[in-house]
Design a protein around this ligand. Structure first.
Ligand code: GLC
Length: 737
């Protein structure tokens, strides 16, 4: 039994919601039917604001709107007239080097079949100059699938404008360990959160082009990625490493999936029949095509074709003449080629690639897209610490501010591997602060260096506040490119020693020291966190990052980001991370689930993030108290902005199964909702969980890989809170067969 699909009706049970209750914000969330507070018996009762409208998120996704009948008929017609050579020509890239930044595959002018034109990536379009958005991990910190849909839509439009029709994103590999070199490219350590964010992206991007869910599967080590064999037991694979890919296919109608370089349980992903055929195409009913990862991602002709690889990228070493020979010689059935060609042609027709509109160059880095990049950067930054309300800085009362550190003067966009994007301009932290303070009385001391002499230290001591910008760059983490030794996985999760030293020197001289961290994932802060007043995680904030940072530091905006990855007190609290060996085992626990199981205290928990206002949680209701198979749980609570300024809260729903009879996480994320509220405003937030989402994967026969999803009868615990450890309300319910 495979897990049923969440219905996509407008009343669809969406366990994440995005709610703008304040009437001024109504609808900014893509269809929320929030109403302002309603009058009833004197006391204002907040209107119940329904779950996020799934159809609003999915609207326009060509992968879902495919008229199966007409498309299949047209595919039949084409296949009937295509030779073996013409069908096989659909199944590989044209050449190793891109043409005008695009990787071509297939296409046949005589038959009117357009070529696939693929381009990276998860941060924006890697062709010429384009909008450089904040990295995916930053967008994960917004906990806002509707916003991520808008990002996907913008990137899809820019892909079209560049002549592309396949966008090689989202990268959606669970962040098993924050030391992974490409952590910045993915959204989360948690499968549920990942699925929601990736779904938003796919729905948006596929309004324009084919998206590609990558890298399928279990690609979470960078340095050994081409050969590492990842051992994962069936339950761990199903419960931790696959559910978000399944949502991309079953709910997102993703048009393509990219197979990963690594091996899973002894088989390279391009040759992995259980992953590609049994699960992806069989159980999940995937109707798109599987393309390999580049160059080293295809390992054979016969085994790959039989396993379910549909396109070898970026060239045709295995799937060119060799594939035709393999069919002619009887090693590969021609129906394998027919099946692959059918998938490829189906997506080309479904997305109308032969008549793709050209939006024109003006959409690239348009004012709207740059404004979106800034909005995302503002909503992604996470206020980790804010002692004595050090932030926001009030420019009207600040005579001088020192901005310190080598990263303060550069626009630190992240990895320079395949996810790189080149904007025509980008705003550094100093640029952003200078622009925001222009014309005001505050003097800005710009010290964009990591080594300070006495004069600089005296300047810092004399300032009303000191902002230290530290973190990583593409030199410290990123895709491990054969041609250089930059990037790769991280051995240490701490800052560079010179940055830790810088923070301590500044903090010793200025009591109001604020640290801004730029990185792709977790940074350990223990050595210096107690010496500073505020810590803001900025990630790699994109081309508008400097403006967004100034908006938050100076209070034009209130921070609302929440951690999509746990910040432990020590790396010892995390799983082992061997990024040198060629064999590694992924077990079922990492991130917050591991710290919960071990009773370990994080520095900053999964889902943590402070605001400039405060929120009260009350009146939890859970119904039905006795949930039965096929039913759905409705969880409601009242959330109130109890502070003096507007802000957004991401409310999180966690479930636990103490009666499960098998080991399960203490609590697992099962819903979330982002609520924007004016001061004093309240919302009655409603989240829903399908009974099937309570299931665990019961492995009946490990060798046969047989198993099924099972919901054990008994009590389930429920928590609602502001992070995985800041749990404000608790409840319970019973599940009965
Ligand atoms: C790279 C990456 C993949 C990218 C592809 C094309 O090796 O692993 O994410 O899309 O090649 O650049």
């Amino acid at each position: 039994m495979s897990r049923p699909t969440r219905p996509r009706s407008s009343a669809s049970p969406r366990a994440y919601v995005c709610i703008f209750v304040a009437s001024a914000l109504l609808g900014a969330c893509g269809g929320g039917d929030g109403e302002s507070e309603s009058e009833s018996d004197g006391e204002q009762e907040p209107a119940v604001v329904e779950a996020f409208d799934g159809d609003a998120l999915a609207s326009g996704n060509k992968g879902l709107a495919c008229d199966a009948q007409a498309v299949e008929a047209r595919v039949d017609e084409l296949l009937a007239v295509m030779s073996l050579e013409q069908k096989a020509a659909e199944m590989h890239g044209l050449q190793i080097a891109p043409i005008d930044d695009l990787y071509y595959a297939g296409g046949d002018e005589a038959l009117g079949i357009p070529a696939l034109k693929m381009v990276d990536g998860p941060r924006g379009v890697r062709a010429g100059t384009a909008t450089a958005f904040p990295v995916a991990m930053a967008r994960g910190a917004t906990w806002d699938p509707a916003l991520e849909r808008r990002v996907g839509e913008a990137m899809g439009l820019e892909t079209l404008a560049k002549g592309g029709n396949v966008l090689l994103a989202p990268c959606m590999n669970v962040l098993r360990h924050p030391g992974w070199g490409r952590a910045q490219e993915t959204y989360s350590e948690d499968s549920y959160h990942m699925g929601a964010m990736a779904l938003g992206f796919i729905h948006g991007a596929q309004n324009h082009v084919i998206a590609s869910a990558k890298h399928y599967a279990a690609n979470s080590v960078e340095d050994t990625r081409f050969d590492v064999d990842v051992t994962i037991d069936a339950r761990t694979l199903r419960e931790v490493y696959l559910p978000h890919f399944r949502r991309a296919v079953v709910e997102g109608g993703v048009g393509s999936v990219m197979s990963a370089y690594n091996q899973v349980n002894g088989l390279y992903c391009d040759e992995n029949g259980p992953l590609l055929t049994d699960i992806l195409k069989g159980e999940w009913g995937f109707r798109g095509f599987v393309e390999s990862d580049w160059v080293f991602g295809t390992h054979s002709t016969i085994d790959s074709a039989r396993a379910g690889l549909d396109i070898e990228m970026p060239q045709g070493l295995y799937f060119g003449a060799n594939l035709v020979d393999a069919v002619v010689n009887g090693h590969v059935d021609e129906d394998v080629v027919d099946a692959a060609a059918r998938r490829i042609l189906r997506q080309k027709l479904c997305f109308g690639l032969d008549a793709a509109p050209d939006p024109g160059p003006a959409v690239v880095e348009s004012p709207e897209h740059r404004a979106l990049a800034r909005e995302v950067a503002v909503k992604s930054m996470v206020l980790l610490k804010n002692a004595d309300a050090a932030l926001p800085l009030d420019a009207d009362s600040l005579a001088s501010v020192a901005v310190v550190g080598s990263l303060a003067g550069v626009a630190n966009l992240g990895d320079e591997g395949s996810s790189a994007v080149t904007p025509s301009a980008a705003v550094s932290p100093i640029d952003g602060l200078r622009a925001a303070l222009e014309g005001g009385a505050t003097q800005l001391h710009e010290l964009p260096q990591d080594a300070l002499g006495e004069p600089e230290l005296a300047t810092i001591a004399g300032a009303d506040a000191a902002i230290v910008v530290v973190g990583l760059t593409h030199e410290d983490e990123g895709e491990n490119l054969p041609q250089n030794d930059l990037g790769g996985d991280r051995d240490s999760l701490q800052l560079r020693p010179e940055h830790e030293q810088l923070i301590l020197e500044v903090a010793a001289r200025n009591p109001r020291t604020i640290v801004v961290i730029e990185a792709g994932a977790t940074i350990l802060v223990r050595p210096w966190a107690d010496e500073v007043e505020a810590v803001l995680m900025a990630w790699y904030p994109g081309m508008e990052g400097g403006h967004a940072l100034a908006d938050l530091l100076l209070g034009a905006e209130s921070p609302s980001g929440k951690l999509p990855v746990t910040v432990p007190r020590s790396a010892d609290q995390l799983p082992d991370f061997d990024h040198e060996g060629l064999e590694i085992t992924y077990d079922r626990f990492h991130g917050y689930a591991l710290l919960d199981r071990d009773g370990a205290e994080p520095e900053y928990p999964f889902g943590h993030g402070l605001s400039y206002t405060s929120f009260a949680y009350s009146d939890l209701s859970v119904s039905p108290a006795r949930l039965e198979g096929g039913g759905e749980l409705t969880v409601e609570l009242t959330i109130e902005n109890t502070g003096a300024r507007a802000g957004a809260e991401v409310v999180q729903l966690y479930l636990g199964a103490p009666d499960a009879g098998v080991e399960r996480p203490t609590r697992a994320l099962a819903g979330f909702g982002r609520v924007e509220l004016a001061p004093g405003e309240r919302a009655r937030l409603r989240m829903r969980v399908l009974s099937e989402e309570l299931a665990y994967y019961n492995v009946v026969d490990e060798d046969a890989g047989a198993g099924g999803w099972l919901v054990t009868p008994g009590q389930y615990d429920l928590w609602v809170g502001a992070s995985a450890r800041d749990l404000r309300l608790t409840g319970e319910f019973e599940y009965a067969e």
